[in-house]
Design a protein around this ligand. Sequence first.
Ligand code: ADP
Length: 409
Amino acid sequence: MWGLLFFAVASVLFGSYYLTNLMRLVKWSREPLGTPLPRALGVWDYAFSDLSRRARVGYDQRERLSATLDRFREASQAMPDGVLYLSESNAIDWVNQRAEEHFGLDHGRDIGAQVTNLVRHPDFVHYLEAGNYAEPLLMRSTRNAGHTLIVQIIPYAEDQKMVLSRDVTQLERLETVRRDFVANVSHELRTPLTVVIGFLEILEDGVDDLSRDEKLKYLSMASDQATRMQRMIQDLLALSALETGAPAPAEESVDVSTLLEEIRAEAEALSAGQHTLSLEVDGPVRILGSAKELRSAFANLASNAVRYTPDGGHVAMRWQCSGGDGIFSVSDDGIGIDASHIPRLTERFYRVDRGRSRETGGTGLGLAIVKHVLTRHQGELHIESTLGQGSTFSATIPRRRIIASSVAA
Ligand code: ADP
């Protein structure tokens, strides 16, 4: 009887010990991953701590893996190129923000979709399906009109693909500018060269028949054209030195009044007494910069004012300070410029009136040089003009280049 009672009590105790531990295990298994397993009683504790250790190792591995994946995604996201991962069946697995922009995708909506249902450009579809990825594909962006993408597919693992995309619109534009520039230079030099050759042929054919005066006339005209070519080459060299590799302007202290007096004398010589010229220097008279470059920029503005102002006109040069910046302005009452041309004037070889530019010895490079010099001095060029009334070209030199100690009263 006592034996039976003892057995019953022991069974109940054992059962509740068993159930309690089992319940703890079940409860723990429903907790979020990483929750530590509670302690257990007796032999269960051994099993619990083994299980706990294994779960911890598994959890740590998982955490490390997920951190690695996060880092990898962050790196792909930060890439300047578009990155798109495709599954074996060409469904989108992952896409970074740049690729979303390039292809008009949305990671929240398009993950799992067939890429060719969303990027339907025939060139892309053909490139993807042809399977020859040795060369990249150059394609027009369907999303951003006027943009060009270079797309490279890189197969990896088993039948998966990485699609890299880059917007090369800017590069393409630069290439066009370079090509246009070479064509322009060739054209600009060929014109005077053709004239020189023409005069030389006339002289050759008429060596016995032409009078001395006629020969001198043709020689002088040929010489004018040769000088024009020389000027153009000088301007081109100056421009190329400014554009490529030339070191930043030397920080010398430039005396603006002396510089402008020299420029005024040159402008007087160019005008040959046909214009009224004035120079006013107001404010600080020393600036930090390259004397040679500033001289070339300011002289270009002054000579343009003379060249594009009919005889009898006025050219006013002025140096003043405004808000701490130094401003060299040249105003004329010459032919003026229609507003539609103004944004393009600093482009190389851009001329409103080719004939007039040529007659007055222009190369079409003057304002391009001015703009470069000012940019190298962190300055700016402002142009105001009214057709038929005149123009004002203002070159601003930033305040940090103005030498404060010489501030004039
Ligand atoms: P160019 O050697 O032809 O003068 P620039 O680059 O110096 O070349 O100037 C570009 C064009 O801007 C000129 O061809 C001319 O049409 C216009 N331009 C420049 N300065 C003036 C001005 N003061 N008045 C009218 N037009 C001007």
